[in-house]
Design a protein around this ligand. Structure first.
Ligand code: NDP
Length: 289
């Protein structure tokens, strides 16, 4: 086909979507997964099933990895480390920046080039417009494979440090998990009052749009200016308490909202009551005492 051939190792929902996107774009694809049956559908669509990890690595120069975490990647690759030399590994597995750096050093030590990636979309959005992945690692390696990788998502290259893609990825995930957990509490509260998640959807979407606050508060954070704005932490601590009390009255779990309220009150106790919410950065920016 003239398209670059790719090996995909790890066929969870994400790896399956990625291998499928490469196939749909006309790339020759070789696949391997610990549980071999997860390759069946891809093989039916034209992928080649490698019998061993070493065979999968030998098949093509470009190898995309997608597993649960770096422990899984190491369990899969270590026994076949002799086949890594000359390969380019693009590890789209999420884990900590430190583990990404260690994985890069390990792979480089076995003669492989290495890029890390943090995928910003769920499997159904792989290959769809508007999707993106953070990449980091050697720029020349990224540029060499950029066009092929953009079959999966657009590419946000963040720099040469292989940990960077995960720094950005985990930064987004802390917003995502906090926001989605808040959404679950909201849905539970409304459910207790007879409102369905579907009925709540337009309001939830508005609440999830933090663009205004991120714009205003990002400037405050960068300028270290937490006073004189339109909000007071003392008001926000009271607000966080109202959330906890409302959830409790509805018979909904309050552990996570209570932890947020406790953080706000810690800020008030530290003397930030008349300052903005952003003054909490002094507490959030270091481990709790
Ligand atoms: P899964 O956890 O479902 O991935 C499972 C894959 O990892 C399977 O191939 C599984 O093999 C393999 N695996 C796990 N442990 C081992 C092990 N010890 N030895 C060998 N293989 C192992 O994840 P997803 O497919 O959903 O996601 C893959 C990566 O993409 C993750 O790092 C995730 O954080 C990231 N990601 C996922 C998103 C999503 O919405 N799904 C969104 C953005 C990023 P087997 O089939 O044999 O169990």
């Amino acid at each position: 086909s003239g398209k670059q051939a790719v090996t995909v190792i790890g066929l969870g929902p994400m790896g399956q979507a990625m291998a499928g996107a490469f196939l749909a774009a006309g790339h020759p694809v070789t696949v391997w997964n610990r549980t071999a049956s997860k390759a069946d559908e891809l093989v039916a669509r034209g992928a080649v099933r490698a019998r061993t990890v070493a065979e999968a690595l030998a098949a093509h120069e470009l190898v995309v990895l997608s597993m649960t975490d770096y422990d899984a990647c190491h369990a899969v690759l270590a026994p076949a480390a002799g086949a890594l030399s000359g390969r380019t590994l693009v590890n789209l597995t999420s884990d900590t920046p430190e583990r990404a750096r260690a994985g890069a050093a390990w792979a480089n030590g076995h003669g492989a080039r290495y890029l890390t990636g943090g995928v910003q979309v769920p499997p159904p959005l792989i290959g769809q417009p508007g999707s993106a992945t953070f990449y980091s690692g050697p720029r020349d390696v990224f540029e060499t494979h950029r066009a092929t990788l953009e079959v999966l998502t657009s590419a946000d290259y963040r720099g040469t440090d292989p940990g960077l893609a995960q720094v950005y990825y985990q930064a987004l995930m802390t917003i995502f998990w906090t926001g989605m957990t808040g959404y679950l509490h909201a849905a539970a509260l409304l459910g207790a009052h007879g409102v369905t998640a579907k009925e709540f959807e337009p309001d939830a979407l508005k609440a999830a749009d933090l663009a205004y606050f991120i714009g205003v508060m990002g400037a405050q954070l960068d300028e270290g200016r937490h006073g004189g704005g339109a909000d007071r932490l003392a008001m926000e601590a009271a607000s966080a308490d109202h959330v906890v009390h409302t959830l409790r009255d509805a018979g909904v779990d309050t552990e996570v909202p209570a932890a947020l309220a406790a953080l706000f009150h810690r800020g008030v106790a530290a003397g930030y009551g008349e300052q903005s919410f952003t003054s909490l950065i002094d507490l959030v920016g270091k481990p709790a005492a």
